[in-house]
Design a protein around this ligand. Structure first.
Ligand code: ATP
Ligand code: ZN
Length: 316
């Protein structure tokens, strides 16, 4: 096996590449074009966002997306719908070439796959929580206690890093009830808002890991790599567009220099003269997370008629 360097939109990623391309030869001998197989969650929190991302990449599927497997009609891709816990292993074994899975599940699986892109959705954290009325002064309070979790490997790594010896109670569901029924002193589980913990009489005391959905890849042959590269190019354009807005505004000519410095855009803003003498229209791109700050500054500098519109795709 070798590791090859691939490149997408100027940004490199590394991918395992199997030396014998038996699978490709078999497919070619049947005159079937190579398709990339992507595994996504069948149902659950990552399912909808994974499908939306593929659709935003312009990939359309035959007969809906409600089966075990679906083929794209305009891109060399097949989607496999699996339980999220199985995805890293299937990608490692080559049943799927790539997959979308939470980082928490990936670390827990210990599968030998590459993370090739963070996808920005499915954001959550794995935390340790103890009963609300328990005094907690720091991680050393976990020494010698029992912690219930479905993420034993992730938790063990955290405890090892902190030099804490605790007993991990592996359970497969309803982790939050474990302290209440006397199974454990605390839990380690996924938290998004904290309301489930609160309603089970628990409080969050330690963050074990932050997680989001990632695109992972196994041993891809050269043809699969080329398709993955095309997919990555599209995914990055979609994500970039989602993080940016197109802004149009009118500005008095004497303020153009200052206003343009606030919205430099991708290369530089577009400036067009208005019919009214002394005024120009300025078009540019701004980042979503700096949106309000920039808009306030533009207004303070005399910009008028500010329009902000979403961008569908952004290729730089
Ligand atoms: P499966 O049936 O496929 O095994 P599951 O019940 O194990 O699914 P889900 O609850 O659907 O898993 O969560 C899937 C992934 O979504 C988690 O592993 C995590 O990465 C992420 N996730 C979980 N909870 C949240 C949340 N509240 N907010 C955002 N992302 C979350
Ligand atoms: Zn699962």
């Amino acid at each position: 096996m070798t590791i090859q360097r691939a490149c997408c939109n100027g940004e490199p990623f590394f991918i395992y590449c199997s030396d014998d391309e038996k699978q490709r030869k078999t497919l070619n001998s049947m005159n079937q074009p190579r398709k990339v197989r992507i595994a996504i969650q069948k149902s659950g929190r990552l399912n909808e966002d994974s499908i939306r991302l593929l659709k935003e990449c312009g990939i359309e599927f035959e007969n809906g997306m409600n089966k075990l497997k679906s083929s794209a009609i305009n891109f060399p891709m097949e989607v496999l719908f699996l339980r999220d816990d199985d995805i890293p292993k299937y990608v490692e074994q080559g049943v799927a070439d790539i997959g979308i899975v939470g980082e928490n599940v990936l670390v827990e699986s210990s599968a030998a796959v590459q993370t090739i892109e963070k996808l920005g959705f499915g954001k959550c954290r794995l935390s340790i929580a103890v009963p609300k009325d328990k005094n907690y002064s720091g991680v050393k309070d976990l020494e010698g206690t029992r912690i219930a979790t479905t993420y034993s490997i992730v938790l063990q790594k955290f405890l090892d890093e902190k030099g804490i010896k605790a007993e991990i109670q592996p359970i497969s569901g309803s982790v939050e009830i474990a302290p209440g029924i006397g199974l454990a002193d605390s839990i380690c589980d996924i938290v998004s808002s904290g309301s489930t913990l609160f309603s089970n009489g628990l409080k969050e005391v330690e963050t074990v890991m932050y997680s989001q959905a990632v695109l992972i890849a196994g041993k891809c042959d050269a043809e699969a790599m080329r398709i993955v590269d095309r997919l990555l190019f599209r995914m990055r354009a979609v994500r970039k567009a989602n993080h940016n807005k197109y802004v149009l505004l009118n500005a008095p000519n004497e303020k153009l220099e200052k206003i343009c410095s606030l919205i430099p855009g991708m290369k530089s803003p577009t400036i067009l003269p208005l019919a009214e003498a002394g005024w120009s229209s300025v078009h540019s791109v701004i980042e979503e997370d700096k949106f309000w700050e920039i808009i306030e500054n533009l207004r303070d500098e005399g910009a008028q008629g500010i329009l902000v519109v979403p961008i569908e795709k952004m290729v730089i």
